[in-house]
Design a protein around this ligand. Structure first.
Ligand SMILES: [Cu+2]
Length: 139
């Protein structure tokens, strides 16, 4: 054996072990990912509700999440007024009082019930505030 051969062998072993450990760590990370839904908050007026021009309100007004999964909803308020968010049938953490203009908030919950559940804005954002609701399906 030449002088450097043990060092070379050790480096090859470390590189191999390192690759395997890295892949396993990545797979664990990928599996731990929450099921995530993106939601945009916008007043119904912004889409010109009366003229039936779409674009306002929640986008999407309807979405589906898998039953039994830990779920995250990422809510982005793209306006100059505040909005709120409530999903009364589930315990969302952290609870949201207000999502200020331009803010992004993330709530988490476990989708442990099957069915169709309402969600809504909880801040008086416009005259069309009461139309600012939607439906989440868990299946
Ligand atoms: Cu509102």
């Amino acid at each position: 054996m030449k002088k450097n051969e043990p060092v070379a062998a050790l480096l090859i072993i470390l590189a191999t072990v390192g690759t395997v450990v890295g892949i396993l760590a990545y797979e664990k990370y990928a599996r731990s990912g929450l099921y995530t839904v993106e939601l945009i908050a916008r007043s119904p007026l912004n889409g010109n509700w009366l003229a039936r021009i779409p674009g306002g309100g929640w986008q999407s007004r309807k979405f589906t999440v898998p039953y039994g999964e830990e779920t995250a909803i990422r809510i982005r308020n793209i306006e100059t007024v505040s909005h709120g968010f409530a999903l009364p049938d589930f315990k969302v953490e952290p609870p949201i009082n207000e999502i200020k203009a331009g803010e992004v908030k993330i709530v988490k919950f476990v989708a442990d019930k099957k069915g169709v559940f309402p969600f809504m804005c909880t801040v008086w954002c416009s005259n069309e505030h009461l139309q600012m609701n939607g439906e989440m399906t868990v299946e």
